[in-house]
Design a protein around this ligand. Structure first.
Ligand code: GTP
Ligand code: MG
Ligand code: ZN
Length: 295
């Protein structure tokens, strides 16, 4: 029997039960063959005559982004990332600070950097959205504003100076794929929603994940938007540790969870009200999920 040649490469696209692997000999479409590979994974595969390749192994990941699906199972979305570009829009769909915070906590817990892209700025930014963003920017979260005809250079510059793969995450319809199209002129980036009010119906235009290399350096990963994001495997302590602005405050007890009325807690005095409200909402939710999962 002849031994098939084996190769190593990186998953740059998912297509249902197949993945596109970028290897030494160019891209190969590989069958998952029981492996669980996601965009960004380094893999070994072997030649499978006439059908591309067959995955043999997924190499250990340095990090990954995962969420809980509706049954509470962990679903890995992408691996070996530099960070998350948390994309939100000023409208259509409306800006949701709570979703941004979820992603910030998920990034921190996964050991990933994070930045915020505020898209559709051409539609006008409300004072409320400005205030929410300013709170997070003041805590060191980079914010880039984009919109029709504007901001692409700033985003390209950010990614070029923070190399690696940045996953574009955010609600369906905020304009992730449109941004990739602006960042990669001339590249077929896949479908963009055509109907301007489509986000109200919650349609998901992008259905697979894919890596795009940027000319100036760095990469972005486009992925399907989701209506709600429940980070997988988070425990209440992660929220306390990774919620922006809460780790370094001087409560009497080091493991203070900053719930209302907690003894010796300085959160209400030291943290802006909008942040502490968002923190407590996320904490309650993660506590509830944690309680249920331990029953
Ligand atoms: N006004 C305005 N509309 C935008 C902008 N960017 C994207 N859109 C529109 O927003 C809609 C959704 O854009 P997509 O790029 O498909 O959004 P997405 O985040 O990739 O959505 P999913 O793939 O479903 O997650 C489309 O109708 C775009 O034309 C922008 O900067 N300004
Ligand atoms: Mg899309
Ligand atoms: Zn406290």
């Amino acid at each position: 029997m002849t031994r098939r040649a084996t190769f190593v490469g990186r998953v740059v696209e998912t297509r249902g039960r197949r993945v596109v692997v970028d290897g030494a000999s160019g891209p190969a479409v590989c069958f998952l063959a029981g492996q669980r590979a996601v965009v960004g994974d380094n893999v070994s595969y072997e030649d499978a005559a006439g059908s591309g390749g067959k995955l043999l192994e997924v190499h250990p990941r340095t990090n990954c982004l995962s969420r809980s699906d509706h049954l509470g199972r962990e679903q890995v979305l992408a691996a070996n990332l530099a960070g998350l570009c948390i994309v939100c829009s000023v409208a259509e769909p409306p800006f949701r600070a709570g979703l941004v915070d979820r992603y910030l906590v998920a990034a921190g817990a996964a050991g990933l950097a994070a930045m915020i892209v505020l898209n559709k700025c051409d539609l006008g930014v409300s004072d409320e959205t400005e205030a929410e963003l300013a709170l997070r920017a003041a805590l060191g979260v980079p914010v880039v504003r984009t919109g029709r005809e504007t901001g692409a250079e700033a985003l390209r510059g950010f990614i070029a100076s923070h190399p690696g793969a940045w996953a574009l995450v955010g609600h369906s319809g905020v304009g992730k794929t449109s941004l990739v199209g602006t960042l990669c002129p001339g590249v077929d980036v896949g479908p963009v929603a055509a109907v301007s009010d489509y986000w109200g119906t919650g349609r998901h235009t992008t259905t697979a994940s894919r890596v795009f290399r940027l000319e100036g350096g760095g990469e972005v990963v486009d992925s399907p938007g989701i209506r709600s994001f429940a980070p997988a495997g988070l425990v209440p302590d992660d929220v306390r540790q990774f919620f922006p602005g809460l780790f370094a405050i001087g409560c009497r007890f080091r493991d203070c969870r900053h719930r209302p009325g907690e003894q010796g807690c300085v959160a209400d005095a030291e943290v802006p009200a909008a942040l502490i409200v968002s923190y407590r909402r996320l904490l309650s939710e993660i506590e509830e999920i944690h309680r249920r999962s331990r029953r």
